[in-house]
Design a protein around this ligand. Structure first.
Ligand SMILES: NC(=O)C1=CN([C@@H]2O[C@H](COP(=O)(O)OP(=O)(O)OC[C@H]3O[C@@H](n4cnc5c(N)ncnc54)[C@H](O)[C@@H]3O)[C@@H](O)[C@H]2O)C=CC1
Ligand SMILES: O=C([O-])CC(=O)C(=O)O
Length: 334
């Protein structure tokens, strides 16, 4: 029996993500929470002939606590998305408070659940969740994940386009490390499972790297004020959640990229900090996940000089983003 919960389930990401979780046979119960429309979304999904029992909740009558009761995995796409001209950090003002309140609900109603944070700015919202959990004495770094899968999904797609064969997209694997915004997104194209053409120039490599780092902007621009990536994010979020569900069900050797607290695996985290040359608390890299959460934080592997320079450029911004999230919870609520 595995219960998955989506917080922000009526939104642009929340609805298709809830659909994909309803379609996952490992989910036997699906709790949907939002400030609007969840009864309708739940009624709609409940007619799909898959095992999960679906229930929708709104804030009145302790809806958040009811949705979270018995949760094994909680996915959070609640909050506002970008409009053209905004950075992800511009969302902090509104989303930080939303995430703080939802994290408080999880800390009290489902403190042992795996928590997957999608809401932006991920580099700061994940530390917010951690700090709230610490205040409640329930922080387990092994079970807190920032969802960076969309960067990896984009890298697979864009590399397959360069190779000229989109049918390869599902099998192209490119590690993307760092964080989830602009220069903190660091694709390690030299480690692509499918090498780039030998004729590929350094300016082409830089352009491809930029496209992966700023892929979110392409969607924000095309949606022209109507939001940011929702469908590709739901796909990516469901892919990551599916891996976590497999790990919870006891499958061995589940590896996925995620933005995690580096104490989740002390030895691996310390080795990674050494590679970075900086004592950061959070970083995204491939992690091995087991039934109790993160088992191992993998090293970055061999980097080219160019990739090393990208990592070094990511570090100061990441440090600032992390500090902003931590300080937000450190500050007493007015
Ligand atoms: N990690 C990633 O790779 C990505 C993250 N995102 C982020 O995901 C978030 C959601 O994006 P969309 O679904 O497009 O936005 P949306 O506006 O379509 O949906 C957000 C939902 O959150 C709900 N919500 C707001 N306050 C809430 C609260 N206190 N409790 C529960 N639900 C609440 C809203 O009612 C709405 O249904 C944004 O912050 C966006 O930047 C988007 C794409 C990729
Ligand atoms: O760009 C945005 O604001 C949404 C996002 O995180 C992405 O698409 O990667």
């Amino acid at each position: 029996m595995t219960k998955a919960v989506v917080l922000g389930a009526a939104g642009g990401i929340g609805q298709p993500l809830a659909l994909l979780l309803k379609a996952n046979p490992l989910v036997t119960e699906l709790g949907l929470f939002d400030i609007v429309n969840t009864p309708g979304v739940a009624a709609d999904l409940s007619h799909i002939a898959t095992p999960a029992k679906v229930e929708g909740y709104l804030p009145p009558d302790d809806g958040l606590a009811k949705a979270l009761k018995g949760a094994d995995i909680v996915v959070i796409p609640a909050g506002v998305p970008r409009k053209p001209g905004m950075t992800r950090d511009d969302l902090f003002k509104i989303n930080a408070g939303i995430i703080r309140d939802l994290a408080t609900g999880i800390a009290t109603s489902a403190p042992k659940a795996f928590v997957l944070v999608i809401s932006n700015p991920v580099n700061s919202t994940v530390p917010i969740v951690a700090e709230v959990f610490k205040k409640h004495g329930v922080f387990d770094p092994k079970k807190l994940f920032g969802v960076t899968t969309l960067d990896v999904v984009r890298a697979s797609t864009f590399v397959s386009e360069v190779i000229g064969d989109l049918s390869k997209a599902p099998s192209v694997v490119v590690p993307v490390v760092g964080g989830h915004s602009g220069v903190t997104i660091v694709p390690l194209l030299s480690q692509s499972s499918h090498p780039l053409p030998s004729s590929y120039s350094s300016s082409e490599l830089e352009a491809l790297t930029y496209r992966i780092q700023f892929g979110g902007d392409e969607v924000v621009k095309a949606k022209d004020g109507a939001g940011s990536a929702t469908l590709s994010m739901a796909y990516a979020g469901a892919e990551f959640a599916a891996k976590v569900l497999k790990a919870i069900s006891g499958e061995k050797g589940v590896i996925a990229p995620s933005y995690v607290h580096l104490s989740a695996d002390k030895a691996g985290g310390d080795a990674l900090k050494k590679e970075l040359g900086k004592d950061l608390d959070y970083f995204s890299t491939n992690v091995e996940i087991g039934p109790e959460g993160v088992v191992k934080i993998n090293s970055l592997g061999k980097l080219t000089d160019y990739e090393q320079s990208l990592v070094q450029a990511a570090i100061p911004e990441l440090a600032t983003n992390i500090e902003k999230g931590v300080t937000f919870i450190g500050t007493p609520k007015l």
